[in-house]
Design a protein around this ligand. Structure first.
Ligand code: CMP
Length: 152
């Protein structure tokens, strides 16, 4: 099923110069970039994005981390992109992320794990609406590429 997911390159990924590397992995896999914005979020925005984790002991640190510098917010589209995007990203804790995944290749610490990806269709919808409230104006410029026939 063609669907959309929300992907964010976190402040450590931006600071370490990993934007192109991460985008390249999603592009090479065959997914389509539909929206992208470099932005810095404030405390209330970060708390809203991570509201499901508000009871966790690491919540305050996580919010500070996400606020600590610019992030790259993106919407990626494609067949099963929510689950397959999470496979490309790798396990949350980079100590357990398989080599070949983004976190497995590029990160060491769970508190500095370079990228976020929506974990379900519900969170993808909520996160896309939060980060891209203008959603219906997202770029349509790559429709031609996606119209190349393929066997489903
Ligand atoms: P992310 O995929 O953005 O989803 C929730 C985030 O919480 C996760 O990546 C990590 O950045 C962070 N996180 C999850 N577990 C821990 C933990 N035990 N300690 C610190 N940060 C964590």
């Amino acid at each position: 099923m063609v669907e959309q997911t929300f992907i964010m390159i976190k402040p450590d990924g931006v600071q370490r110069g990993l934007i192109a590397e991460i985008i390249s992995r999603f592009e090479k896999k065959g997914f389509t970039l539909r929206a992208m914005r470099l932005m810095t979020v404030d405390k209330s925005f970060a708390e809203t994005h991570y509201q499901d984790l508000s009871s966790k002991p690491f919540f305050a640190g996580l919010v500070s981390y996400i606020m600590s510098g610019p992030v790259v917010a993106m919407v990626w589209e494609g067949k099963n992109v929510i689950a397959t995007g999470r496979l490309l990203i790798g396990a949350t804790n980079p100590a357990q992320s398989a080599p070949g995944t983004i976190r497995g290749d590029l990160a060491i610490d769970i508190g500095r794990n370079v990228i976020h990806g929506s974990d379900s269709a519900e969170s993808a919808k909520a996160e896309i609406n939060l980060w891209f409230p203008e959603g219906d104006k997202m770029s349509d410029s790559m429709r031609d590429v996606r119209s190349i026939p393929y066997i489903a």
